[in-house]
Design a protein around this ligand. Structure first.
Ligand SMILES: C[S@@+](CC[C@H](N)C(=O)[O-])C[C@H]1O[C@@H](n2cnc3c(N)ncnc32)[C@H](O)[C@@H]1O
Ligand code: SF4
Length: 469
């Protein structure tokens, strides 16, 4: 196969030239650049509001996230919040601090609140030893009441995760696991400083299956150095053979001004936007033929997976942990840099490890940045969420929920959408706005039309966001 795909037609190339620009990924709205310094009191009062709502029987169960920032070595593409620590002198003190943070939050919540989701992310949570992971999980289970069918999940790097880790995780109730694969090609792996032989991934995947996780996810990235369309397709075909329940195929976010280590990647070997688009189109084709449903733009799931079912019913949601079927999210996050989203606020923990630890040990909630969402923020958040998750906005639902006249409030956005309609990307009707044709590929562009914080034109965005294609 050549460097391009026959799916990349001249019309699609024209659209790509027209629409490719820097833009947010909308894992939150308002996006992080709009956040400001906020006091810990904002999180405290959000927790108090949650308590009142829960006591009145009007709150959903909580989602919990714990950030373990450590990795032994750095992959050069990495865009996550990571602390590199080749020798483990950090995990014990970090766990002590996490324990204190869990206690502080639990005290504020007054009694043990219900939990429907726990996710350990990183970094690499399996940087911790198996018994440390179990201890951390038990602290959570003591502080909260886990629902019978709670999703308990973890992200792992198969290179550093040992069988003992996986056994220990199953023992304390983990039922979902997500593993980084990125790309199986040795040349790509070498260039990104992440050598992960296929045989190792194979062995790891089989172990997860043997141990009976309800859901196994694999992460890939497209847009890395030396990737070619046909070669990446081989990685995708191998994944279809393995048959994970879900796959995330991330668009490589190249942001060397924020993550300077990315400058060490051979920039001249990065695929062009055309090639990237061809790669994701081929990826979609191969997963489609392999029996997977597309979830949003870059996720795929087996048709009986609950995400695929929610997608078909157009009720999919997203939170900081990824796509979810839970209708509303109230999430509390623990650990350095972690972000809570609860009762109309975003609250991010301090991002410098030493300061985060000092603050918790001084018995203060370690909040530094965030946002109290206004009514307008909540409205736009809902609209953007609908678009990004389900590729459709149900105007009637939004009008009923927020008591607005959709077309009047979003007059400006509709001008941009009409242009996208002329390009065959969007279908506008009195009831709904729907991404059609090649539209799903450019859904970020449509979402940007509803973003009240974006600078007009691309001015300033180059330094904030990765490109939409
Ligand atoms: C925090 S890592 C998770 C697990 C583990 N540390 C690993 O690498 O296998 C989560 C995922 O984020 C994705 N990722 C990391 N940096 C990225 C970037 N710059 N652009 C797009 N995706 C990225 C990778 O696919 C990675 O598997
Ligand atoms: S192992 Fe994962 S989190 Fe750590 S540097 Fe690599 S991609 Fe980033």
């Amino acid at each position: 196969m050549s460097d391009n795909s026959e799916l990349l037609t001249p019309e699609l190339k024209r659209l790509l030239d027209k629409y490719d620009r820097p833009g947010p990924r909308y894992t939150s709205y308002p996006t992080a650049p709009a956040w400001e310094d906020i006091p810990a009191a904002d999180l405290e009062s959000a927790l108090d509001r949650y308590v009142s709502a829960d006591d009145a029987g009007q709150a959903p169960p909580l989602s919990l996230y714990v950030h373990i920032p450590f990795c032994e070595e750095r992959c050069l593409f990495c865009g996550c919040n990571v602390v590199i620590s080749p020798e483990d002198k950090v995990s014990e003190p970090y766990l002590d601090v996490l324990h204190r943070e869990i206690e502080m939050i639990a005290e504020r919540l007054g009694s043990r609140r219900r939990v429907s989701q726990l996710h350990l992310g990183g970094g690499t949570p399996t940087y911790l030893r198996p018994e440390q992971l179990q201890q951390l999980t038990r602290w959570m289970q003591e502080a909260f009441v886990f629902e019978e069918d709670a999703e308990i999940s973890i992200e792992v790097d198969p290179v550093v995760t040992r069988p003992e880790h996986v056994h220990a995780l199953r023992e304390v109730g983990y039922n979902r696991i997500s593993m980084g694969v990125q790309d199986l090609d040795p040349k790509v792996q070498e260039s990104i400083h992440r050598v992960q032989p296929e045989a190792l991934t194979d062995k790891f995947y089989r172990l997860c299956r043997e141990l009976g996780f309800d859901s196994v996810n694999m992460d890939l990235i497209y847009g890395l150095p030396y990737q070619k369309v046909g070669q990446f397709a081989r990685t995708v075909e191998r994944l279809v053979e393995w048959g994970p329940d879900r796959v995330a195929v991330f668009n490589y976010a190249h942001v060397p001004w924020i993550k300077p280590h990315q400058k060490q990647l051979p920039a001249e070997e990065l695929p062009t936007p055309d090639m990237k688009l061809a790669m994701i189109l081929e990826t979609g084709r191969i997963f489609g033929e392999g029996g997977y449903d597309a979830i949003g733009l870059d996720h795929f799931a087996k048709p009986d997976d609950e995400l695929a079912v929610a997608r078909r019913n157009e009720i999919l949601r997203r939170n900081f942990m990824g796509y979810t079927t839970q209708p509303s999210t109230e999430s509390i996050a623990f650990g350095v840099t972690a972000i809570s989203e609860i009762m109309g606020i975003y609250a991010q923990n301090i991002t410098r490890l030493s300061k985060y630890q000092r603050t918790v040990l001084a018995d203060h909630l370690p909040v530094h940045k965030g946002l109290r969402m206004s009514g307008d923020d909540l409205l736009r958040n809902e609209v953007i969420m609908d678009l990004m998750c389900n590729l459709v906005i149900d105007k009637g639902r939004i009008e009923a929920r927020f008591g607005i006249d959709f077309d009047r409030v979003f007059e400006d956005a509709l001008i941009g959408l009409r242009e996208m309609q002329e390009d065959g990307l969007v279908e506008l009707s009195p009831q709904e706005i729907r991404m059609v044709g090649h539209g799903p590929i450019l859904v970020r562009n449509a979402a940007m039309l509803f973003d009240a914080y974006l600078p007009k034109g691309d001015e300033g965005s180059e330094n904030l966001f990765s490109r939409t294609v």
